[in-house]
Design a binder for this molecule. Structure first.
Ligand SMILES: *[C@@H]1O[C@H](CO)[C@@H](O)[C@H](O)[C@H]1NC(C)=O
Ligand SMILES: *[C@@H]1O[C@H](CO)[C@@H](O)[C@H](O)[C@H]1NC(C)=O
Ligand SMILES: *[C@@H]1O[C@H](CO)[C@@H](O)[C@H](O)[C@H]1NC(C)=O
Ligand SMILES: *[C@@H]1O[C@H](CO)[C@@H](O)[C@H](O)[C@H]1NC(C)=O
Length: 278
């Protein structure tokens, strides 16, 4: 490992690891957010999905940021809704119910087919309920940046780190390209944000320069290929966005009981980070 990349890595840890506030959302559906989140993580694996999979539900194997023709649609033009339906079939190994993900043009069409909306826009790589669970849990921005720092040294470590957070293989694949692109195009402005100790939002409510760079340069492909974002799933984050950008919804479609231990995946990432730094 070159010492210059180590310096950059440490810089990024400093930026994203200590300065930024944590994501804290309110409880949802009358349930503790962390309990609900860990239920979706343990009951929503993409391996439980019934065929046919939605066309964009895939591992993103090629860097979309390298292709000027991508994304095929800009974020404002992405239509419809991604909806889910529990099946009565179970997975013999886990005993968990299988489920279907399907695109619909309207909420009414989804509901009359017996489906429940899981996010606005098309189903894609992060639409599984497992990834919903990860998005719903707190403390997301900081650890995903940390995984991005690991990616400076090894792409394999980065993907493993994202999977340790609970992300599916499919969702980790588009996060990987996103973080890589932001790292190469926004590094300078992000280091500047750090030196100036900028909060997420400027006083007028707009994003800080680092987040704005990420939004402008990495946002469009990410939104297209991930499908699910916190915003289009109604999940708040520490980054303030205009109300109109957050789709108003809740995720009350669990079955069985919710008495799961709190999700401790984030803690394991932090111990990984500390171990890595020696
Ligand atoms: C993504 O890759 C994993 C691991 O190689 C594989 O198990 C999974 O089926 C792939 N997903 C899709 C939607 O093809
Ligand atoms: C599962 O079974 C219940 C009760 O029999 C039924 O109402 C429901 O429609 C079934 N779900 C599916 C997806 O077939
Ligand atoms: C976020 O993570 C930190 C440790 O990384 C922990 O101390 C804090 O309590 C967490 N916040 C929430 C709301 O879970
Ligand atoms: C989370 O906690 C459970 C018990 O509370 C433990 O069995 C499990 O190994 C922990 N997971 C991680 C990743 O630390």
């Amino acid at each position: 490992m070159k010492s210059s990349s180590l310096a950059v890595g440490l810089f990024l840890i400093a930026i994203f690891g200590s300065v930024f506030a944590e994501d804290i959302g309110p409880d949802t559906c009358g349930q503790d957010r962390k309990v609900l989140s860990s239920w979706f993580i343990s009951h929503g694996s993409p391996r439980l999905l019934l065929a046919p999979l939605p066309p964009l539900f895939m591992n993103v194997t090629e860097d979309p940021y390298e292709d000027p023709n991508k994304p095929p649609l800009s974020p404002e033009d992405i239509p419809g809704f991604c909806a889910m339906q529990w099946s009565n079939e179970t997975d013999p190994e886990s005993g968990n119910r299988l489920y279907t993900l399907q695109n619909f043009d309207t909420v009414v069409e989804a509901q009359s087919a017996g489906f429940i909306i899981t996010h606005e826009g098309q189903c894609a790589a992060c639409s599984s309920l497992q990834d919903l669970g990860v998005y719903m849990s707190r403390n997301l921005t900081t650890p995903t940046r940390w995984c991005g720092v690991l990616g400076l040294f090894s792409p394999e470590l980065e993907i493993q780190c994202m999977k340790d957070l609970g992300f599916s293989e499919e969702c980790a694949s588009i996060w990987h390209w996103n973080v890589k692109n932001t790292r190469s195009k926004c590094l300078e402005v992000c280091i500047k944000s750090f030196i100036e100790d900028e909060p997420f939002n400027k006083p007028d409510g707009s994003l800080n320069d680092c987040l704005q760079c990420d939004e402008d340069l990495s946002g469009p492909n990410f939104k297209y290929y991930s499908g699910r974002t916190r915003r289009n799933s109604g999940i708040p984050s520490a980054i303030q966005r205009p109300e109109s950008q957050i789709y108003d919804m809740e995720h009350c479609y669990w079955y069985g009981t919710l008495d799961f231990p709190s999700d401790n995946s984030t803690e394991s990432i932090w111990s990984e980070a500390l171990e890595f730094l020696g």
